[in-house]
Design a protein around this ligand. Structure first.
Ligand code: ZN
Length: 350
């Protein structure tokens, strides 16, 4: 049985259109009044955008309805879908906790409220009927001030039961103005023993070699093999893994054709750089993890052996997977019957 690890999924983008539509129908019909039927809404929600900025705008729609009260509702549906349709054994869910707090509060009050959000997400993610090992990655955000981002790092350090790492998100072209700040925040996180990833080298405007040494994994990173392959040697030496999310680049206008990813995979394999295949925003894209795998095979971007290598890499680079092996090797002993059981089964068939 193949069970998968998902390392890069945003809480905001994880709501599939049907679940969001149902939620609006039940609770805020005014937000969908301009759509006459579901298919129109689905089309609006999932259609490609021209730029990463336009694409990220959509997240605010979902963020506005993901509050203390509604998070358990959305997370329950997220885990149910991930367990039943995606065969996930492991899921790292990422989001900016500050953006789930009420906007009318002061900055200090919103910072205080973030702990509650982390607890709610943590408790809601533990569902005995859908037993996926989950952990949270807290995203610093390029539009938020230094104090808030520092508080996000502190929160990660103080809640290691629920949180496995920090990230930076919100559009990689905006880091340039505050590069020193990001370096100091990552430094701070490392000193507190917090693991690190970051949205970097996703678009051509988001290439900052200065930040690379601070990351254990690289969120996207596709511009490294595409534009700066000379950096791959150091990426391999540092043991960094690229979190590649194939559908995203078509939805954000970063790539025109999914086949452009062949160069990304080829150069990484050649340089010994690990890749974990991820969904980023499975809901927003309406593309679940097994379909990301299948697409890459269909377009001959990777073969089955390379797919397996990427799936192994995902478990190896998972920040909170508690075992040394993939679940398949753990399950093998359970599922492979002993020789005398096989004989007994053959008796039945007579
Ligand atoms: Zn992302």
């Amino acid at each position: 049985m193949a069970l998968y690890a998902e390392l890069h999924r945003h809480l905001g983008g994880s709501v599939v259109p049907r679940v969001l539509w149902r939620y609006f129908q039940r609770h805020s019909t005014e937000l969908i009044s301009r759509f006459t039927e579901y298919s129109e809404f689905e089309d609006f929600y999932t259609r490609p955008r021209n730029t990463l900025d336009e694409y990220l705008e959509l997240h605010t729609l979902v963020e506005s309805v993901q509050t203390v009260e509604t998070l358990p509702y959305f997370i329950y549906r997220l885990l149910r879908g991930a367990y039943i349709f995606e065969n996930l054994a492991y899921l790292e869910l990422r989001y900016t906790p500050y953006l789930r707090t009420p906007e009318h509060l002061s900055q200090a009050e919103r910072i205080d409220k973030m702990t509650e959000i982390v607890n709610i997400v943590g408790k809601s993610s533990h569902l005995p009927e859908y037993p996926i090992i989950t952990s949270q990655i807290l995203c610093m955000h390029s539009r938020l001030p230094y104090e808030v981002n520092k508080a996000i790092v502190d929160l990660a350090a103080q809640n290691k039961d629920y949180v496995c790492a920090i990230d930076v998100a919100g559009g990689d072209s905006y880091y340039a103005e505050r590069l020193e700040e990001w370096i100091s925040l990552y430094n701070y996180a490392q000193n507190l023993g917090v693991k690190t990833t970051g949205h970097l080298y996703e678009t051509t405007a988001g290439c900052y070699p200065e930040l690379l040494p601070y990351l254990m994994r690289i969120g996207h990173g596709i511009q490294i093999p595409l534009l700066y392959p000379e950096l791959l040697k150091d990426v391999a030496k540092r043991g960094q893994c690229l979190e590649v999310c194939p559908t995203t680049y078509l939805k954000t206008g970063t790539l025109q054709d999914i086949r452009q990813l062949k160069l990304v995979f080829d150069r990484c394999f050649e340089a010994g750089v690990d890749i974990a295949i991820c969904t980023d925003n499975a809901g927003l894209h309406n593309v679940r993890l097994p379909f990301e795998y299948e697409n890459l095979l269909t377009y001959d971007i990777i073969n089955f052996a390379q797919l397996k290598a990427c799936q192994d890499a995902a478990f190896r680079h998972a920040f909170a997977w508690p075992y040394t092996q993939r679940p398949a090797s753990l399950l093998n002993g359970l599922l492979k019957p002993e020789p005398d059981q096989v004989l007994a089964m053959q008796d039945y068939s007579r």
